[in-house]
Design a protein around this ligand. Structure first.
Ligand code: KIV
Length: 250
């Protein structure tokens, strides 16, 4: 079964998708062993691993480097990877970039925005594509921040139309980021492919989070919609302090 067939049959069966991000071998392996449905090598890499302020400067080479590490840790879950900014401006560029990610071990690629032509070419070339609509992190500088989408009727209609167009172009799933709950519910009910929400309410067909947010590993930045399931920054620092004390006072 292809990823697309799997995702559609999960939606038909009412099986909700739990997806998380990974950027390295150990976290990918732990996610895989925990039974996660899909691992995304997100370009959130820029912020949560590389210490940048957004995803804009992440390069294809950096994504490939981290994707390869993740791939080595995963035997079960599908591995998807973000096409970083400026690597899919035309359908041909998208295809060349996506092929490099597939060679490095990706099972699917994700791209941001209403770009059905890019999606069509990738899908007709045998590549599984995940769409991403709503707040688009690669547009954050132009938008001046992370703003909720679909508040006005015209914005909501445009998002619904774009979702249907991405499905028609062949996307196997659609990430909806910071989309109004009523609208994400409507989009989810109109699509056959699963919607995967992030800060978009409970009615999506699945949810995705940035793993360090879930684990409380970066207390200096927590998106409002995240309810961390752990506070790993505290045991991390405690273990380091214990080690320092042991070394200093043998
Ligand atoms: O880059 C990323 O991590 C994402 C998300 C949807 C979490 O695109």
């Amino acid at each position: 079964m292809t990823l697309r067939q799997n995702l559609i049959s999960a939606k038909v069966a009412g099986r909700r998708q739990a997806w998380l991000t990974a950027y390295d071998y150990p976290s990918a392996r732990l996610l895989d062993e925990s039974g996660i449905d899909l691992i995304l090598v997100g370009d959130s890499l820029g912020m949560v691993v590389l210490g940048q302020k957004d995803t804009i400067d992440v390069t294809l080479e950096e994504m490939i480097h981290h994707l390869k590490a993740v791939r080595r840790g995963v035997t079960r879950a599908p591995v998807a990877v973000d096409l970083p900014f400026h690597t899919y401006e035309t359908p041909d560029q998208a295809l060349a970039s996506a092929r490099r990610l597939l060679e490095a071990g990706a099972d699917a690629v994700k791209l941001e925005g209403p770009l059905p032509e890019q999606v069509s070419l990738l899908v007709s070339s045998g590549i599984e594509v995940i769409g991403h609509l709503g707040m688009l992190p690669q547009q954050v500088r132009e938008e001046g921040g992370y703003h909720r989408k679909g508040k006005t009727d015209s914005e909501a209609e445009a998002l619904l139309r774009a979702s249907l167009a991405l499905q028609a172009a062949g996307c196997c799933a659609l990430v909806l980021e910071l989309v109004e709950t009523g609208l994400s519910k409507e989009i989810s009910s109109q699509l056959d492919i699963p919607t995967i929400g992030i800060g978009s309410g409970i009615f999506c067909d699945g949810q995705i989070l940035v793993t360090p947010d879930l684990l409380g590993l970066q207390p200096w930045f927590r998106p409002a919609f995240v309810k961390p399931k752990a506070d790993l920054a505290t045991p991390f620092k405690n273990a380091v302090r214990e080690f320092i004390a042991e070394v200093q006072t043998p």
